[in-house]
Design a protein. Sequence first.
Length: 349
Amino acid sequence: MNILLLIPIFEPSEKTIRFFEALLPATTGQILIVDDGSGEAYRDTFQQICQKSDRIHYETYPQNQGKGYALKYGLQKASEDFPHVQGIVTADGDGQHHPQDIQRLIHALSTHTSQELLLGVRSFEKKTTPAKSYWGNRLTSGFFWLATGLRLQDTQTGLRAFHTALIPSLITVKGQRFDYEMNVLLATKQLEINLISIPIQTIYEDNNAHSHFRPVHDSLLIYGPLLRFIGASLVSALLDSSFFLLLTLILGRTSLPLLAATILARLASGLINYLLNRHYVFHQKRNPTAAFRYACLFLTIIVFSWIGVNILAQVLPSLFLSKLIVDGLLFFFSFHVQQRYIFTKEATK
């Protein structure tokens, strides 16, 4: 199988040179380096790397754009300049990926289908992993589980392998920096791609001091989809609770009035929530299939909310507290269903 190794690099060091010295004997395919706008100060370093083998191809652009941009730029170049390539393996050039592990994914790709994304997954032991990397991965793994319902041990791995048939879909995924790789994982359900985990070594040189990851800025980018969903849900929940409490004051607090108040309040807030999620969270155009699925979810949540509030209102002194608890639990259920079954690639067909 003809496989291209794609490596985005920003501001290479001597460690990068040593990485390629170890990589070349361990692999046999073509290598595409994308210089993410490192600038003139690093031109000599890139020249040293490229002179080591005629298998190495070099691409760059004037200004730093981010890892996500570099990956998509490299994928576009791969589809244009390497027409005979059947698969792509992406890796980091900072030494965190051992050449043997890269070769392991290259070999494994030939045994998997074009609708599978292979991930080189590291194990994270608290005693041996830098604190920034350990807690960062724990947070993103938890977020990924909340967003998709899937458990993935290493959501931040840059060592990935896939068939070139996925390039058109992967290029359309939003994100320019570190958020892109997380967005790809989040989009796999919509793109009908299965995730395959392959264990690899966990390597952190110099306590991961050379990482270009900016904890606050890049974490906000990574958590963007869930944060936008939370924002849309808070707006809708505020409207829903306000309408609900107002209607219960008018209609009463017995079972049937509670149902009527739940339905009327949710109708108003549900329409706003659907529009916010479609435009600002999942970024999709109008389509009947997604609207129908959302309506089914909407009705399901109304029933669960009514039943839950009805039960809790019998044991809790506050009707508002009862609704807050029930709707808080339904929040994660709603996000999971919308992410995986409503705003999907299939729904837009």
